[in-house]
Ligand binder design. Sequence first.
Ligand SMILES: [Zn+2]
Length: 492
Amino acid sequence: MTPMATPLLESAADVSERALIDEVFVGEVFDEVFVTAWADEATMAGAAAGVEAALAADLALLESLERTIRWAQAEQYRVIEAARVRHAQIEGVTEVSSPAQREFATRSFVAEIATTLVVPEAAAGRFVADAGRLTGARAATLEALAAGAVSVGHVRSMLEITQTMPADAAGDLERLALADAAMRTSAAFRGRVHRLRERLHPASLSERRARAAEDRRVALDSAPDGMAWLSLFLQAERAVAIVERLDALAAASDPDRPDCRTRAQRAADVAGDLLLAGTLDAADHHLAAATGRVAAQIVVTVPVLSLLGVTDEPAELDGYGPIDAETARRLAAHAPSVQRLLVHPETGAALSYSRTRYRVAADLAGYLRVRDGRCRFPGCARRARHADLDHIVAWAQGGSTSAENLAHLCRAHHRLKHESGWRMAHEPDGVIRWTSPVGHVLRTLPERPFLPVPGPTGSRPPSTPPNPQAPTFLRPDADPDPPWLHAASAAA
Ligand SMILES: [Zn+2]
């Protein structure tokens, strides 16, 4: 019983294998992902001395401990399920037991686990239910946890998002999501599973949305120390717009009125005042004038054929994920606060600028925001909208203001790049290669690749960045009929 040794950090051989997977999945893996690899051994050997070697050993130990923890967590699920079966036997559950008898036996077992592990019964109940699914329909996910390829965070997203899906579709989703799960942080994996669900769920997104919207509500949950959570369960585009508007109001500050509150505190105060009175409290009166002006800014990326009503491919609501085509069309047509990001198959956008101008032109910035999606540091989830555009090769050193030399970095990672040993370099297709101070190499892929319209022969996209002459097309993540899906089904 030893942990299976799937390294969290991939070898160079794994990386070339990854390139093969990229070919098969074409745009699919161009999500928030990162590929890890050790720098070539010669470089390592050259640099491996003293402190550096000790640091590398620390990191290797850390990786090995994480793998062991993940294996142990998988074992916990297996043991819980085995114990549940034995416990049911002791409770006298047989094949002919009624649903009520089984339910009672399960509750009794949950209490057993709660007292054994000293956790709340709700947590124990979730543990037992998860163990049942992970040793049943979601066994592949448990296997990935045991092998160290995914964390418990990945596992929870998989269980939650496949919960109400029909069995066949959930199985397809699991297979596709696990194929490259090791390259994604749990947050990026969640986004990926969410998109796959929208693509694979047999009921249309608009049908499910209509059904789910009937459950919209306000929820109040108590919290310690005289606090409480007030939550709204409502349509995604409204929720995102509310958060954006509160953020914009909280950001509007009056230089004459020093305010020691954090931005998050101001946003919460503003929300409370607006809901209670429809106006802002006296302390925020300087924001009151802004209340009427600040309209929520939400960004929707709509596949052009969807917008034209030719297809019903889901659109993408920035900060949330996929929304149904009908809602996207409505937003794009009516709401003045929606920014449409359309890339027409024929016109394309101007993507490259000469280095005579330093400021990034608006259409290039818009293109890069869609391409990057998020901060391009490995694993960072900060949205590109809230990040800086950084010149990979500094403008002063001859770097151009072009798509190939620009990338989004959040303020923290922008500073890290300039003030530490982390180095970044551009590779074809919008890939960015990072080299850590220890020599660890990681790659981040663009959230959305810009690919030429595939020809009838299924020609592969060129490995060069798009240019303004070639027609470009924003490949929607939710291609209704991707060729690799047929390949996957046929292989199953
Ligand atoms: Zn970042």
